[in-house]
Design a protein around this ligand. Structure first.
Ligand code: PLP
Length: 507
């Protein structure tokens, strides 16, 4: 049987008619790839036989080139393993010969990119999103996830992959998973749906992106909550839309304000069950007002129902979509909070007459969702693990949330206003005047305390400074220490005394 070479063949063009001998061409090509860092120290090189076959030349020039590269220290031979780029190439070897490699940083000529791409802020992993630990946002209790069960299902699917599952799937996603989600949504969220309206997507983010592409045109006006979820704003910005910030109060989105400011908006993006980041639940009258506006002005409502599985104290709040008699609501949900965010699975519930457009747009975008984890999740749901996990987590997060609220009260009294602790895996604290939340957050991150500042959640002027504190991945017993650390970060601010934060010196 023919031996398959274990190393990739680098791109080497040899010219048999050139004056330069073949062995010199091969030597030069390897040398410049090493110096230009296209081949890295320790990387395996194809065998002389494999390269000669690849280049369709005799083995002799390849052997000559390799022996010279070995003699000069560019290559090293490892007995029984093959030939490698020398693992200890001196720096001057790779930095002295810049002329032989084409820099990847060439910037000549006009380099036009789209206006939309330029509208987006540069991606950076903000300091307060970098670590794992107390208060970090969007982190469920990773150590409580039933990994043995999940792994068992993963293994089962690995062992039983059928050829048809390796082929392209449909743009809506796996039918069995859509069925399971549909039944879950009807029961747990009072969503009106049938399987053909459910589309599996790569998290809420893709759902927002597809919705924007289907429903909005360049310069379309869209209401966004103020403050609100910054990634919704980025999707809309990238879509070339005109953002209309509509303030949020204790009853949720101020629909009256929105109507006055821009009645003709094409869409409203809302999180009515647990507004992000202030946490209000939209009141029944505002919900009806929003649906009335949508119907009378021909607008769409995009409902981001990202974490309402976790509700404490009072009864679960039904979805806005379930109240809508005119199919004006596009419903979005995610498994990022209930399972884990790297799964990148979420769903859309699409009004029946729009399914066709959503499918067309989605197909042009990424064809459809990857099969494997859809199949795993289907079994996870159908075997009852999903419902069980949510029940367990609801209890656990309720404890963590109580521990956090109690500690905040103990350490800060009324100096910190706490908002939105009735649901989800985060709450928001409003800081007394004089604090700059981003500055404090950057400083706290250096001490490994992850405080997401409130101010970036505003499109316009920021009336309040505060922090959005995640509690999903912080055990209740670690909460006192984390809150004390928060207090010490706040009290360390210049011109701010412990008194300002309401803390008693002897506590
Ligand atoms: C308001 C809001 N919507 C949606 C999500 C979830 O996004 P995804 O499903 O893309 O992970 C988050 C995550 O933190 C969020 O805060």
């Amino acid at each position: 049987m023919k031996k398959v070479p274990s190393a990739l063949s680098p791109v080497i063009a040899v010219d048999r008619k050139a004056a330069k001998p073949l062995h010199k061409q091969i030597y030069d090509a390897f040398r410049s790839m090493i110096v230009g860092r296209n081949l890295s120290a320790g990387q395996q090189i194809p065998s002389t036989r494999a390269l000669a076959m690849e280049l369709k030349i005799s083995r002799i020039p390849v052997l000559t080139a390799y022996s010279q590269l070995l003699a000069e220290g560019y290559f090293e031979a490892r007995a029984g393993a093959g030939t490698f780029v020398c693992s200890s190439l001196p720096d001057q070897l790779t930095s002295s010969d810049k002329s032989s490699s084409r820099s990847v940083d060439v910037r000549s000529g006009t380099r036009v990119t789209s206006r939309r791409a330029k509208l987006l802020p540069r991606y950076e992993r903000l300091p307060w999103l970098r670590g794992m630990g107390a208060f970090n946002l969007s982190q469920p209790a990773f150590d409580q996830f039933p990994f043995p069960t999940w792994s068992r299902i993963v293994m089962r699917h690995c062992r039983n992959l059928h050829a048809r599952e390796l082929h392209y799937g449909g743009p809506l996603g796996l039918e069995e998973l859509r069925k399971a989600i549909c039944s879950y949504l009807r029961t747990a969220r009072a969503v009106h749906c049938d399987t053909n309206q459910v589309m599996i997507v790569a998290g809420s983010q893709q759902a927002l992106e597809i919705s924007a592409r289907v429903l909005l045109d360049d310069r379309s006006a869209a209401w966004v909550e103020e403050p609100g979820y910054w990634l919704t704003r980025q999707v809309l910005t990238a879509a070339g839309c005109r953002l209309v910030p509509v303030p949020v109060d204790s009853e949720g989105l101020d629909v009256g304000f929105g109507v006055k400011k821009c009645r003709k908006a094409r869409a409203a993006f809302v999180a009515p069950s647990h507004q992000y980041p202030l946490g209000a639940t939209m009141s029944a009258s505002r919900r009806l007002q929003l649906l009335d506006w949508a119907q009378s002005s021909g607008a769409w409502v995009i409902e981001d129902d990202y974490d309402s599985e976790y509700r404490y104290g009072n009864m679960p709040i039904a979805s806005l979509q379930g109240l809508d008699n005119n199919s004006r609501v596009i419903y979005i949900g995610t498994f990022s909070k209930t399972l884990f965010p790297s799964l990148r699975l979420g769903y859309l519930v699409i009004p029946p007459d729009l399914v066709d457009r959503f499918v067309a747009v989605r197909y042009a975008m990424d064809i459809g969702p990857p099969h494997f984890f859809q199949a795993v999740l289907t079994d996870f749901m159908n075997e009852g693990h999903f419902a069980r996990h949510i029940r367990r987590m609801r209890q656990l997060y309720a404890e963590r949330r109580t521990a956090l609220v109690d500690e905040l009260q103990k350490e800060f009294g009324s100096a910190l206003e706490v908002l939105g602790s009735e649901a989800g895996m985060h709450l928001t604290v409003i800081l007394p005047k004089g604090f700059r939340d981003q500055e404090v957050a950057a400083r706290a991150a250096r001490e490994k305390l992850w405080l997401a500042p409130l101010s970036p959640a505003y499109v316009g002027e920021t009336p309040r400074q505060g922090f959005i504190l995640g509690f999903g991945n912080t055990p209740a017993e670690e909460m006192p220490k984390a809150v004390r650390q928060l207090r010490s970060v706040l009290c360390g601010e210049k011109n701010v005394s412990a008194k300002t934060t309401g803390h008693k010196e002897n506590s």
